[in-house]
Design a protein around this ligand. Structure first.
Ligand code: MRU
Length: 336
């Protein structure tokens, strides 16, 4: 098993720098929230649950380092640090969720001292519960996979996107632990290659058969009968759509055309009840991510690029949403 994606040791946050994989496995030690914010922005730490944990640890760090003895001033300053972290990435709801859990614990404390203890305890709980949640998602999802399942996944919704185990890849790990044969087709996931670099790396490390394809190969493999089901993660689930890595929607459309089940695996913390798709900002990233490849320019100077990090899949294309409490099925009229 690979090291935990992110963890706390006293006043230090340790995380895997995912930008270096698969070439190098390097653990970064971070003691300030500016460094943590940079790590989230640069996708050193990435994946909805993992940035939720990073946000929670970041608020705990800000609380531990705050020197104020006046409780109200302390809360105001820690809240400002929380807002700074919240602003790093806009789409995954887990970031704000993790931050708010720690802020809530601070708000319920009566003094600076007890607020610091409560902040650390709440952040540790977010990380600990993430593993329990992923294992429950895995157990519910594993039951959906047939023997010898050939699963297509997009991006990385694995151990690296969570504390450990993973959501979509947690389903696969749990099925393998149950004795099922599962092989995975990982879409490379342009432009930052989370599928090729991260999903393939962590599955190979666990000895789970995996191959990498270009994103545009997925439809052809479905047409050839080489895919039994699709399992992906989610960054946010509103009342009408699932937000996930750009490219997810096209897989859902193709899966429906070929009558292949399309599952989303996500914790309840990824749901955003009462909100609809159009109310959520989709992160747009730097032109540079798609205007060059392998150090070479690929787009003519002056030509506009559009680099959405996420897309949305309407719920009617989704065969089931696998949560820690069970599998939600269409028509999704009773969302959690
Ligand atoms: O931009 P990223 O790498 O943070 O995007 C991650 C994804 O889209 C994942 O599929 C999603 O966060 C689910 S992770 C369990």
């Amino acid at each position: 098993m690979i090291p935990r994606t992110i963890e706390r040791a006293g006043g230090t946050i340790r995380f895997i720098d995912q930008t270096l994989l698969p070439e190098r496995l390097e653990i970064v030690e971070c003691t300030d929230i500016e460094r943590l914010a940079t790590a989230i922005r640069r996708l050193e730490v990435r994946g909805a649950p993992a940035i939720g944990i990073a946000g929670a640890y970041g608020v705990a760090l800000a609380a531990l380092q705050n020197r104020n003895s006046d409780f109200d001033t302390f809360v105001t300053e820690v809240s400002a640090a929380a807002d700074y972290l919240r602003g790093t990435r806009p789409t995954a709801v887990n970031l704000g969720w993790g931050i708010d859990r720690v802020l809530g614990a601070i708000g319920r404390a009566g003094s600076v001292g007890s607020a610091k203890d409560a902040a650390v305890a709440a952040a540790d709980a977010v990380a600990r519960e993430d593993e329990e949640t992923c294992r429950r998602i895995g157990a519910h999802g594993a039951a959906l996979l047939p023997h010898n399942a050939r699963v297509l996944t997009h991006c990385n919704a694995g151990a690296l996107a969570c504390a450990t185990w993973g959501t979509a890849l947690g389903v696969i790990r749990s099925a393998v632990a149950d004795g099922k044969n599962v092989s995975v087709t990982a879409c490379e996931t342009r432009p930052l290659l989370q599928g090729a670099r991260l999903t393939a790396w962590e599955l190979a490390a666990d000895g789970i058969p995996v191959r990498v394809i270009t994103d545009s190969t997925a439809a052809f493999l479905m047409r050839r009968g080489e895919i039994d089901c699709v399992v992906v993660g989610a960054d946010r689930i509103t009342d009408d759509a699932v937000f996930n890595k750009i490219g997810t929607y096209m897989h859902a459309v193709c899966a429906r055309h070929h009558q292949i089940p399309f599952y989303v695996a996500a914790p309840l913390s990824t749901f955003d009840p009462g909100r609809i798709e159009s109310e959520v900002l989709i992160e747009e990233r730097d032109r540079a991510e798609i205007a060059a490849f392998n150090g070479k320019q690929t787009v003519p100077v002056g030509v506009r690029c559009t680099n959405y990090a996420f897309d949305t899949t309407p719920l009617d294309l989704i065969s089931g949403i696998i949560t820690e409490n069970g599998v939600l099925l269409p028509p999704y009229d009773r969302m959690p």
